[in-house]
Write a protein that binds this ligand. Structure first.
Ligand code: DAK
Length: 270
């Protein structure tokens, strides 16, 4: 698959592949990267395609917004205001599907949040493994101000990341959170003074991770994501099952062998 040709086919997405790390930018700056139906369909298509890159597996994804002002300022309010309940359901199902596709990608995903991450934007960022943000980043779930509730997983994921009661306070008030508060409550992992340093650090973080076994990372991610929805005993069962499967992998043989031979491991991801 050629990333450039895919990228050219999208109106609102930009894809850039460098050393197996893909940067996916939402590119609708005139509307602060608000998610309309076309943009969501493009995200659905792109994330599905990215998942299927079996012969040329990626090692990481940086999910960001074009420009300096917004990651994603939410779902497109103008478009939503005209939707029937049936169209709204289709819209929400598509948004939830995209958030699950991003969450389930078998490699690390960083949401690099520059500026506004409101409503559906905050929810999309929550689908990543963790969030880096610039000093001007603003988070929030303002849906109740519009007579709505979060529709792309915010009622579920935000509570799991920051705790149920804190998530309730954020969702019921609809208030904006400055980046410092987002850091304090664990929504954001690290703050950067500008977009360039955030993008550089995102890449460096993924490059560091890509030195490790991609198979082990994929399994750790799967167990941790699924474990979020399981009881501790079911989570431990899943952990031991996935752990034991790795003993049939080339990566495990290479990793342990390299340690014993005092050399750098070269992982194939198999
Ligand atoms: N939708 C559509 N257009 C938006 C937008 C949005 N979410 N956010 C910004 N824009 C547009 C503005 O209308 C403006 O367009 P023009 O007037 O120039 O054509 C342009 O982007 C620049 O915005 P501003 O002029 O307003 O820029 P400011 O710097 O003054 O203000 C702002 C930036 C982010 C504070 C402000 O734009 C703002 O408050 N935006 C709305 C933020 C928001 O409320 N986001 C949450 C949206 S609700 C569901 C499915 C999904 C959802 C819920 C339910 N189900 C089906 C159940 C999700 C809901 C949401 O995400």
């Amino acid at each position: 698959m050629n990333i450039d040709s895919i990228s050219d086919s999208y109106q609102f997405l930009k894809l850039n592949l460098d050393n197996r790390i893909l940067t996916l930018s939402i590119d609708r700056p005139k509307k602060l990267n608000a998610l309309d139906l076309t943009l969501l369909q493009e995200l659905d298509d792109a994330t599905s395609n990215i998942r299927q890159l079996k012969d040329f597996p990626l090692r990481g994804l940086i999910f960001t917004g074009s420009g300096e002002k917004a990651f994603i300022a939410g779902a497109d309010i103008g478009q939503m205001s005209k939707m029937s309940p049936l169209e709204a359901e289709h819209f929400a199902v598509l948004g939830q599907k995209v958030s699950l596709l991003i969450e389930d990608l078998p490699f690390p995903v960083i949401a690099a949040v520059n500026g506004f991450a409101l409503g559906g934007g905050c929810e999309m960022a929550l689908s990543a493994d963790f969030i880096f943000a610039t000093r001007n980043a603003v988070f929030g779930q303002p849906e109740v101000k519009l007579g709505l509730i979060p529709g792309f997983g915010g009622t579920q994921r935000l509570a799991k990341v920051v705790g149920r009661n804190r998530a309730k306070e954020i969702i019921f008030s609809g208030r904006n959170l400055k980046v410092e508060e987002a850091l304090e409550i664990g929504l954001v992992l690290k703050i950067f003074e500008d977009k360039e340093s955030m993008m550089n650090e995102s890449r460096a973080t993924l490059e560091l991770m890509s030195k490790n076994s991609p198979l082990a990372i994929a399994k750790a991610k799967k167990v941790m994501n699924r474990g979020n929805d399981l009881t501790i005993s079911n989570g431990l069962e899943l952990e031991s099952e996935q752990f034991s499967q790795l003993f049939a992998s080339q990566d495990m043989k290479e990793g342990t062998g390299a340690f014993l031979e005092k050399r750098q491991a070269q992982f194939s991801g198999k």
